[in-house]
Design a protein around this ligand. Structure first.
Ligand SMILES: Oc1ccc2c(c1)OC[C@]1(O)c3cc4c(cc3O[C@H]21)OCO4
Length: 355
């Protein structure tokens, strides 16, 4: 009926208005260390036990319950019932696969990307969106809101040290790459050298180096990022500008890099990458790990995440997430002859590009 369509539309609209509440509740759970408290408890934990482990004031117990109710509804915690000493039933909470990603100290811990991505620097800029849409200047929403690029903001050596927060976030995502590496050994077999472009503090490179100790790995990033990092005989850090030139290697790795940059900048990076592997003739390759939007996918949630990332890249970097067609055009425009796209660990793809 017309009324039910109206009410469903209202629920759909309000749900999206208040999506931020779910994000903020998740951020609070990460900040409070709820996942660690449950993990360290070793078994389902009651509300009172959790509140005292978190050292919350007694007046906050019911607030904690309300947060847990929403987070449980959203699949971050699971509710079970325990019999207490008096034989009464008590509700207890346990972890789910999603909240296990918030347990600190594990290689799968993604808390730092939750912290980084929900940092005010990513949120406050949205208050300038109307101004951004109505100005002629081509700049990111972030620049429109703050007057400086997000990269300049990250590289400012302030006490809040957002650069290390950003790098911790990238490193946490890279640790998940360890699983993907197992499934994609063939991509790295036979390589004698590899340069990890915009490799930051070397999270990924170290994983590749551990799995393939004979590959001479280079972490290439801005001087202020790699400046004081030291490697070993087969893992070294080189500072430079990927828009100028990339150190030569059999393979160039671009993990979560090209989506930060527009087509013109990405083309430049790919052309410099092609130059870096040119000594290897047909045996060289560029390995891109990034989102490839599959518009035919019926996984609504996955596509929504990919489109969310597209707007995050647009508003913060004037970057973009690319569809298969867009990857095809970019790779061909950069002068490569062929490529192969395969899905890798969750929402990204691995694109092997050949000269
Ligand atoms: O190439 C990438 C890959 C992921 C991310 C990037 C850029 O920036 C946006 C983001 O949401 C983000 C923003 C951040 C952050 C981490 C972080 O992770 C997310 O730490 C501070 O601000």
């Amino acid at each position: 009926s017309e009324e039910s369509e109206l009410y469903h539309a209202q629920i759909h609209l309000y749900k999206h208005v208040y999506n931020f509440v779910s994000s903020m509740a998740l951020k609070s759970a990460m900040e409070l260390g709820i996942a660690d408290a449950i993990h360290n408890h070793g078994k389902p934990i009651t509300l009172d036990e959790l509140a005292s482990t978190l050292k919350l004031h007694p007046s906050k117990v019911n607030i904690l319950y309300r947060f847990l109710r929403l987070l449980t509804h959203n699949g971050f915690f699971a509710k079970t019932t325990l019999k207490n000493k008096e034989g009464e039933e008590e509700i207890a909470y346990s972890l789910t696969p999603s909240s296990k990603l918030l347990v600190s100290g594990k290689p799968t811990c993604l808390s730092s990307i939750v912290k980084g991505a929900l940092h005010p620097s990513s949120l406050d800029m949205w208050s300038a969106s109307k101004k951004w849409f109505n100005e002629e200047k081509e700049q990111t929403l972030y620049e429109c809101a703050t007057g400086e690029s997000f990269w300049d903001f990250l590289n400012k050596d302030t006490e809040s040290d957002t650069l290390s927060m950003f790098q911790d976030a990238m490193a946490s995502d890279s640790r998940m790459f360890k699983l993907a590496l197992k499934e994609n050994k063939h991509v790295f077999e036979g390589l004698e050298s590899l340069v990890d472009v915009a490799g930051g503090t070397g999270g990924v490179t170290k994983l590749i180096h551990d799995a393939f100790p004979n590959i001479k790995c280079t972490v290439f990033d801005q001087p202020q990022v790699v400046g004081n990092l030291t490697g070993n005989e087969n893992l070294n850090f080189v500072g430079g500008d990927m828009f100028k030139s990339i150190p030569p290697a059999d393979a160039v790795l671009l993990k979560w890099v090209l989506h930060d940059w527009n087509d013109e900048q990405s083309l430049k990076i790919l052309k410099n990458s092609k130059e870096a592997i040119s000594h290897k003739g047909k045996d060289g390759k560029v390995i891109i790990i990034d989102i490839s939007i599959d518009e035919t996918s019926d996984d609504h949630g996955l596509t929504e995440l990919q489109l969310d990332y597209d707007l995050v890249m647009l508003t913060m970097f004037l970057g973009k997430e690319r569809t298969k067609k867009e990857w095809d055009k970019l790779i061909r425009d950069a002068g490569f002859s062929s490529y192969k796209i395969s899905p890798i660990s969750g929402f990204k793809s691995l694109i092997e590009v050949y000269p």
